[in-house]
Design a protein around this ligand. Structure first.
Ligand SMILES: [Zn+2]
Ligand SMILES: [Zn+2]
Length: 322
């Protein structure tokens, strides 16, 4: 891959988490966050006229592209006091977010509980990668467009999304797309999004919403996420000292500290199983039977009660790898 040049344009895909429930848990309101995001987007567009922008919004049910807007949408009124591109972006994004929030509220009134503060992040990232692929394919060979994704996340991780999310993260890594994460709310750090930033070379930033009336989000975005690929080579990015690399098990979708990995398809399980539920590979425990004091338990698949789980695990990996 070629080196980024100062004159190369950028493509920024902003993914805004519009999960209403998650924002109610945050000291920073979604309106305030939206205002700060709009200022950041305008600053990005002002940096270089060739810079391209895509804004996606995602909640628990749907993921929509807010900008560029649908051609069928009604044209926005002109205002000579505001720069044309800023005005179109601002109006389109704000009206799109409003529409999504009111749609979500209407669905909840109909009786469906929305107690979980989780967002369809893998779907949003997949959509972002599709936009990036299209823009890169449409651009001329002489001009390289450097792409990056900024996720403004408020909701907690959804362990069910682990597989899809990791696939999109590795796809982004192969495409050379940086993923910056701005974590605004949530009970704790996002394990999966931390890994997304680490794997793709982006930044994971947790905004302190308790200080300065939430203004620190704009400061964080401006100082860290505004820099393009070229500038990032000379900047010292903030680093996370502790990154949580834990995975979720494929059986219960729980985050696990120690898991068992199928050596055929790399599925992760929280407990020993005789058959991989993903690829249906039957594990052979013949070596375990030679080492273990309880051979019948291992063969019959009741491995949870085995008195020597460590020996059985070692045997499993030895056999399946050979
Ligand atoms: Zn499990
Ligand atoms: Zn497997």
């Amino acid at each position: 891959m070629s080196e980024p040049l100062e004159s190369d344009p950028s493509l920024l895909v902003v993914i805004l988490d519009v999960n209403g429930w998650a924002w109610t848990q945050s000291p920073l309101t979604i309106d305030n966050a939206l205002q700060q995001m709009i200022i950041f987007i305008n600053a990005y567009l002002a940096l270089k006229p060739e810079n391209k922008l895509v804004v996606l919004a995602s909640n628990k049910r749907e993921c929509k592209c807010l900008y560029p807007a649908d051609r069928n949408q009604a044209p926005i009124e002109r205002d000579i006091r505001i720069y044309e591109q800023f005005r179109v972006v601002d109006a389109t994004v704000l009206s799109g977010v409003q529409a999504m929030l009111s749609d979500a509220a209407a669905t909840m009134i109909e009786g469906e509980e929305d107690e979980e503060g989780q967002t369809l992040m893998s779907r949003a990232l997949s959509k972002a990668l599709c936009h990036i692929h299209r823009v890169e394919a449409e651009s001329s060979a002489a001009v390289k467009v450097w792409s990056r994704i900024l996720v403004i996340s408020a909701a907690d991780d959804s362990p069910r999304e682990y597989i899809a999310l990791m696939n999109t993260i590795f796809a982004a890594q192969r495409m050379g797309v940086l993923i910056d994460i701005c974590k605004v709310s949530g009970k704790s750090d996002s394990v999966f999004l931390q890994q997304a930033a680490e794997i793709t070379g982006g930044n994971y930033l947790k905004v302190d919403t308790t200080r300065g009336g939430g203004e620190s989000m704009l400061q964080t975005l401006m100082f860290t996420c505004l820099a393009d690929h070229y500038t990032r080579e000379v900047l010292v990015s903030p680093t996370s000292e502790t990154i949580d690399f834990r995975a979720t098990c494929f059986c219960h979708k729980r985050i696990v500290d120690i898991g068992f990995v199928c050596s055929v398809c790399l599925s992760i399980f929280c407990e020993l199983t005789p058959v991989c539920s993903t690829c249906q590979t039957k594990f052979s425990f013949r070596v375990a039977r030679a080492d273990s004091a309880a051979p019948h338990q291992a063969v019959n698949g009741s491995l949870k009660q085995s008195p020597k789980p460590a020996a059985a695990t070692a045997a499993m990996s030895t056999l399946t790898l050979s």
